[in-house]
Design a protein around this ligand. Structure first.
Ligand code: HCA
Ligand code: CU
Length: 386
């Protein structure tokens, strides 16, 4: 079953800021927020206004930019933080509290009962001050927390009837898709609140885990552009889009401006000072490259043969790599006709063999291949006058 209702909570401006290379200026934050808004994510999450004086000003500014996307901020479950967050005018506040034994022992030092009491106090305070503010409560390190502890915390908060979403966080990236599915399903059965999933990518499962969360009934998924975040980051936006696109391209085209995805990624890559990995989902430079001769042949007949994602839907195009030993005569013939050179099949076969033999000896550029095609052409013409 494919999930039909979901929202993206894009946290490049919060989790993404925890990435080693990220140090966004106020202007960067505005540009990134606008680009995310143009792409069409439903929510953006921005760094806590308590993090620094500039973060506070920027949080306020971003909340008042008049974006279509809702602006959330992410704070510790403290009354003081809540007061500051309320003053910024954000649409929603994301609270988190560690429930794993690691965080209870080595982080905040609170018991489960104390966590429930504090969460109740902060949630009630925010709700009383501003009932329209969307509220989310998340248990940090949910997947290394004990199920009875999680159910006690969520159960108590659910009864308050003041929270819009519960968050499950795979803080250290250890969860498997099955574990995520089971925990989301269990929480669904025990509570009446929407569920958000935040998955770190330490073991490479972030996209699969996010999808498993949706399959089990989660409604909101956290992403960042290029997957940036603490350590090696969280679910990459383009990866989640790719995962969902193949299941229902029309829904994705309706929800998001897919042709903006590449520019959004280039913007964030430039701000972070990193190159977009060539093999990144959808927008990496290799994502629609076709190399092996067998692939190129079938692709020239029908692009769907080796593409589950249509690059045109993202304003991108496919390319055929022909300057290598794995090339084939169909790809070479295609290149020749692009260059306006009309060879017969025997000639193409011979040229392909020449290129393969040369590629065994040296690295070839496309220019070299073109040169071979061009220089062969007049000679062939001389041998076979039309
Ligand atoms: C962190 C916190 C967090 C919070 C996620 C959430 C995590 O460790 O920096 O609020 O849902 O991964 O647990 O990003
Ligand atoms: Cu995180």
């Amino acid at each position: 079953m494919s999930p039909s209702q979901f929202s993206i909570i894009e946290t490049t401006l919060r989790e993404g800021e925890q990435f080693c290379g990220a140090n966004f200026s106020s202007q960067d934050r505005i540009e990134i927020a606008r680009a995310l808004d143009q792409f069409g994510v439903e929510y953006i999450e921005v760094t806590s206004p308590c993090a620094s004086p500039q973060s506070r000003q920027d949080c306020q500014h971003l909340a008042q930019l008049g974006l279509y996307t809702k602006v959330l901020t992410h704070i510790r479950c403290h009354l003081e933080d809540a007061k500051v967050a309320l003053d910024t005018g954000v649409h929603g506040i994301n609270l988190f509290f560690g429930t794993s034994s690691f965080l209870r022992q080595f982080g905040h030092g609170k018991s489960i009962n104390q966590i429930v009491d504090r969460a109740t106090e902060v949630i009630t305070f925010i709700h009383d001050q501003s009932p329209k503010t969307e509220l989310r409560f998340s248990t940090e390190d949910s997947f290394r927390s004990l199920l009875p502890d999680l159910l006690q915390v969520y159960g108590a908060i659910d009864k308050l009837g003041m929270v819009n979403r519960f968050g499950l966080a795979d803080t250290v990236g250890v969860a498997t898709p099955n574990q995520v599915f089971n925990l989301v399903q269990t929480l669904r059965q025990h509570t009446n609140t929407d569920i958000e999933f935040h998955g770190h990518n330490d073991t490479g499962c972030a996209i699969a885990n996010s999808y498993a969360a949706l399959e089990a009934g989660a409604t909101h998924i956290n992403t960042t552009v290029l997957g940036i975040g603490e350590r090696n980051g969280i679910t990459p936006l383009a990866g989640l889009i790719a995962r969902l696109y193949t299941l229902n391209p029309e829904q994705l085209q309706w929800k998001y401006r897919l042709p903006q995805l590449a520019a959004l990624h280039q913007l964030v890559a430039d701000k972070v000072g990193m190159a977009i990995p060539a093999n990144h989902y959808i927008i990496g430079s290799a994502a629609f490259n076709h190399k092996a001769g067998v692939h190129a042949k079938a692709m020239l007949n029908n692009p769907q043969t080796y593409e589950a994602i249509d690059p045109n839907d993202f304003g991108l195009s496919r390319s055929f790599l022909i300057n290598h030993k794995l090339t084939g005569r169909h790809a070479i013939a295609n290149r020749a006709s692009q260059l306006g050179l009309d060879f017969d099949p025997f000639q193409i076969q011979a040229i392909t063999q020449t290129i393969k033999a040369l590629a065994d000896q040296q690295a070839l550029t496309l220019e070299t291949v073109d040169e071979i095609l061009r220089s062969t052409f007049p000679m062939q013409q001389r041998q076979n006058p039309a």
